[in-house]
Design a protein around this ligand. Structure first.
Ligand code: SF4
Length: 335
């Protein structure tokens, strides 16, 4: 039974959206000590800034965990398959709940909760999927979904009176009308707009990711660049990404990992290029420089020089002259 002198702790695996915000408020109102967490994906939803804002709004602790390389099998062999793109949503939830369960044990919390709503998303929030997640994450009875709790079997926290089930909700489906009304009633604001944001649900990104994963990848952080720019498969071992604007050019430089080569135009405005993999020789570098010039307003000018360096040696900058490329050269590189 509930011990009034010592608040029970719960780990909230949160997105920072409306549902998460309401779920957190419902538990705080019941005297639960909420510890917010999220898993920060290099290219997807779960951006820490949203949950940081939620945690600040309620004055609760927050911890962000970066997605680890142990997520790679989720991307290559998901037990429950993919959604309409390369999104393994059920397995992804299982992975995240497992991490939350580990954190729950670490801080001595009694349960994990999420802002999930039964039936809100076609793949991962069907009734049976909610059960699979809890079971496969290894915490049967310890995963509470406050938004839909009354429609789901009681969790241990409800059975033991740690949480009053009567004060939880029975929301299901895609409509958000009730959530908006509740947010108003509870005086909540500042939550981020619902849905979106995960590149794994985008077809084009999924194709790039698949293209890289099928050739072998052991570093999840290195896939962050795949969310940027134009992607070109040079051969079986190498690809190039060109930035589409200044912001992407800067990100390409920032997200580069040891082994990558960066090329940047200096005398003409044009895209930065990131080359990853394969044999790096003068001809290859000239070709990549040519790709950059081809995608600039200087396409028809004489071959231009670009600066070039290895990501691990940013101070050792050399110069390379762009090769002349035709539309046919470029067309055969695109996915
Ligand atoms: S949309 Fe699916 S794959 Fe993307 S983070 Fe959410 S659960 Fe994971």
């Amino acid at each position: 039974m509930k011990n009034a002198s010592k608040p029970y702790k719960a780990v909230g695996l949160l997105s920072g959206g409306l549902d998460s915000t309401i779920a957190t408020k419902l538990l705080l109102d019941q005297g639960i000590e909420v510890h917010a967490m999220n898993i920060s994906m290099p290219w997807g939803c779960g951006r820490p800034s949203r949950v940081i804002a939620l945690a600040a709004q309620f004055g609760i602790p927050f911890k962000s965990f970066p997605l680890g390389d142990d997520y790679l099998p989720v991307l290559t062999k998901p037990k429950y398959g993919f959604g309409s793109a390369h999104n393994p949503c059920v397995d992804c939830h299982i992975y995240m709940v497992r991490k939350a369960a580990a954190y729950m044990k670490e801080i001595g919390a009694s349960f994990v909760f999420t802002g999930e709503v039964l039936g809100q998303r076609p793949m991962s929030q069907r009734r049976e999927c909610l059960g699979w997640v809890e079971h496969d994450a290894g915490i049967p009875g310890q995963l509470l979904r406050p938004m839909s709790a009354k429609l789901l079997p009681p969790t241990i926290a409800e059975q033991e009176g740690i949480v009053d089930r009567e004060k939880l909700l029975d929301i299901s489906g895609r409509s958000r009308k009730r959530q908006f009304a509740l947010a108003k009633e509870l005086g909540l604001g500042g939550y981020s707009s619902p849905g979106g944001g995960c590149l794994l649900t985008e077809k084009l990104f999924g194709e790039r990711l698949e293209d890289v994963l099928k050739r072998g990848c052991d570093n999840i952080a290195a896939t962050a660049v795949l969310g940027l720019g134009r992607y070109f498969r040079i051969d079986d071992t190498a690809f190039v990404i060109l930035g589409r604007d200044n912001a992407e050019n800067e990100k390409l430089v920032r997200y580069a990992v040891p082994g990558d080569v960066i090329l940047r135009p200096t005398v003409f405005p044009g895209p930065a290029a990131l080359l990853r993999g394969g044999t790096i020789d003068e001809a290859r570098l000239a070709f990549v420089a040519g790709l950059s010039q081809f995608h600039s307003k200087s396409r028809d000018k004489a071959p231009q020089p670009l600066q070039c360096w290895h990501a691990q040696e940013p101070d050792k900058v050399s110069q390379v002259t762009a090769a002349v490329l035709t539309q046919a050269d470029v067309d055969k590189l695109q996915l």
